[in-house]
Every structure is written in C-alpha cells, then in structure tokens.
Design a protein around this ligand. Structure first.
Ligand code: PGA
Length: 244
C-alpha cells in the first residue's frame, strides 16, 4: 500500500503525520507500506519511520547521476535521505512535465541501478478510454517504459495502474474495470518476461482509493495493492486503507 502525497505537507507536517500513523499500523505486517512525500520531506519521513516497517519513497528520480539538470534530484540524493522507493511516470508528470515512456524507462533504470524500488505508473486518459484505446495505451506504455528492462531488473519493480480519469476525481474504476486493465498488463509481462514474472509482479491500482472502496477493489485477485493520493494524507484514513 503506497501513499502518494503529491505536493502536500511540510517537513513538520510529515513528522506529525508519522506520530499519528505509526501506532495505527504497528501490527499491519501483512503488507508493505510506502509513503512518498515531496523530496524536501524525505529526510523527515525517514527519520520518523525509523524502527517501523514503513518505507519511504520519492515521487520522481533523475536518470542522470549528477550534472546540469536544474530541478532534478538524483538517486544518490534520494538514497541519502533513507528513502528506498521512487514513483516513476505518474500521470501528473506525464501530463504537466513532459514525461514520456522513454524518460520513464531511463528513470526506472537509474532507480534500479541505485537499488531503489521503482513504482512505475501506467494508465489511460479519459479520451483514450472513450475512444476504445485503453488496451493499446497500456501496451504502448509497457512496451516503451518497462519491456526494455532485463528480467532481473523487472523482478524488482512494482507497477501501478492508474486510469487518469479516476485520479483525484472521486470516480474510482469499478473493481472489474481495474482488474481488466491489470490483466492486460499482466499478459504483457507474461509475454515479455514469462509466467513466473507475471505471477510474481505486484500491480497496484490507483485512482480515488478510499477507506470505503478499498475492500471491493482488493477483493479482485488481480489487484495486489493500491497507490493512494488524497486519502493517504490523513493518518487515520490511510491506516484504515492499509488495514482494510
Ligand atoms: P487519488 O490519487 O487517490 O487522489 O485519486 C492517486 C494518485 O494519483 O496516485
């Protein structure tokens, strides 16, 4: 269960979140928990998570080790904060910051080389779904951003399916729609990396996941976890998602 805080919270607010959140998930060892705050809060989050089983992740990662890349943050900088994961290719990055399947691949490779776990996001926009192109979009994103990895690299990634029309809109994909998309992605994985990899890979669903809909989504065997935006900002709400 991963929380994507997007551009919310200061370091002080991050610390306050963990004070409330930690006791609520103390016994939740059934799943891996990752919180992805803005870069400026990563160190505070790692310090606040110390001694718990909560992991901390960044929301992006540079493909270069260092250099003239104004506004980018490298793998070494992320690792130095204690973070262990990185969200890559979120639809908001694709939509507003020019992220492409090619840059998603480069960032994923950089994360893997640094020993960070990438959470690679894919998902169709509303007009793509309405035009009947969902499957084609998912296949294109998979082929461009994920398929060129080696099998060994692939084994370390997490995939998040996030239909863009369901993000922050309150419109959750029905569990069936989400499961269908997951099946498309898993079929691609099977074709490229084999059955074992397809069975093992974790595919998260994201898009308006809330305490009151998490259970029906997670009841789908295809859905292995969720990537939660808005509902991860509140410790009680995110804990109830983790503990559904
Ligand atoms: P949401 O965001 O839960 O607020 O819809 C999900 C995401 O963008 O990761």
């Amino acid at each position: 269960m991963a929380g994507n805080w997007k551009m919310y919270k200061t370091p002080a607010e991050t610390t306050q979140f963990f004070e409330k959140f930690r006791p609520l998930v103390e016994k939740s060892e059934h799943c891996e928990i990752v919180i992805c705050p803005p870069f400026t809060n990563l160190a505070a989050a790692s310090a606040a998570a110390q001694g718990s089983h909560i992991h901390v992740g960044a929301q992006n990662i540079a493909w270069a080790k260092e250099g003239a890349f104004t506004g980018e943050i490298s793998d070494a900088m992320i690792r130095a904060t204690g973070a262990t994961h990185a969200i890559i290719g979120h639809s908001e990055r694709r939509q507003y910051f020019g992220e492409t399947d090619e840059t998603v691949l480069k960032r994923t490779q950089a994360a893997l080389e640094a020993g960070l776990t990438p959470i690679v996001c894919v998902g169709e926009r509303l007009e793509e779904r309405e035009a009947g192109n969902t499957e084609a979009v998912l296949i294109r994103q998979f082929q461009g951003g994920i398929a060129p990895l080696t099998g060994q690299q692939f084994a370390k990634i997490v995939i998040a399916y996030e239909p863009v029309w369901a993000i922050g809109t309150g419109k959750t994909a029905t569990p069936e729609i989400a499961a269908d998309a997951h099946r498309v992605i898993r079929a691609q994985v099977r074709e490229k990396f084999g059955k074992e990899a397809a069975d093992a890979v974790r595919i998260l669903y994201g898009g308006s996941v809330k305490p009151d809909n998490v259970k029906t989504l997670m009841a789908q065997p295809e859905i292995d976890g969720s990537l939660v935006g808005g509902a991860s900002l509140d410790p009680v709400s995110f804990a109830s998602i983790v503990n559904f």
